[in-house]
Design a protein around this ligand. Sequence first.
Ligand SMILES: Nc1ncnc2c1ncn2[C@@H]1O[C@H](COP(=O)(O)OP(=O)(O)OP(=O)(O)O)[C@@H](O)[C@H]1O
Ligand SMILES: [Mg+2]
Length: 227
Amino acid sequence: MSIIVFASSKGGAGKTTAAVILASEFARQGNSKGMIITLIDADPNQHSAKWALKKGCPQNIKIIENSDEDSIIDDIENANQNSAFVIVDLEGTASMSVASAISKADLVIILCQGSQDDADEAIKTIKLIKRQERLLAREISFSVLFTRTNPAITPRTLTYIINEFKKSDIEIFNCSLIDREAFRAIRSFGGVIENLDSKEVSGKDKAIANVLAFTEEVKFKLLNLNK
Ligand SMILES: Nc1ncnc2c1ncn2[C@@H]1O[C@H](COP(=O)(O)OP(=O)(O)OP(=O)(O)O)[C@@H](O)[C@H]1O
Ligand SMILES: [Mg+2]
């Protein structure tokens, strides 16, 4: 029903981590209602598929592995028939798959860490979205999500980047994803943050609160599409 695409031509920007935690939270919230969440892994490195195949992945997350430029549009359309949310994790380059996924998106979330390289790559992704909008003659909603942020301070570089984006009227998430061990841990151990052992992984409750804030903001953006 809603297609959310995680993009950034910068490798390591945080796409897979954000895709996995959003899929997990949607799955938790929708479990009692029988909601299916489809996670499409369109990155040849298959990082989200590796997480989904580990023990502890929620049962109502359906993973589509090895989606590529030939299959991605079919994969998204088929998943959209029976899933409450379709989440697409892309590779960290600009490719045909990336352009195709963006063309099907209700919302593109552009990951950005607080460095100028990340900001420049975010701008490249926005230019690609704008090209797809012209080709398709429709608006494609997008928003920049800052990730791996410091909970205690906002460095001057990040403040500068945020201000530059705001000056250009680029939509930015109010929340960011904080740099937390819990977000790394699920990628290693599999499963969801709620099931991590608080004695082994610090900041679990704060990570859960951060995921909730992110998920609520995504839901708000989806509700307000085209309004
Ligand atoms: N909020 C976070 N807190 C802690 N670590 C994070 C966070 N986000 C990402 N990371 C770590 O940063 C690294 C890169 O993140 P991730 O794999 O999500 O990026 P990516 O954009 O999917 O990369 P690629 O382009 O290579 O697919 C990983 O080691 C991940 O564990
Ligand atoms: Mg990735």
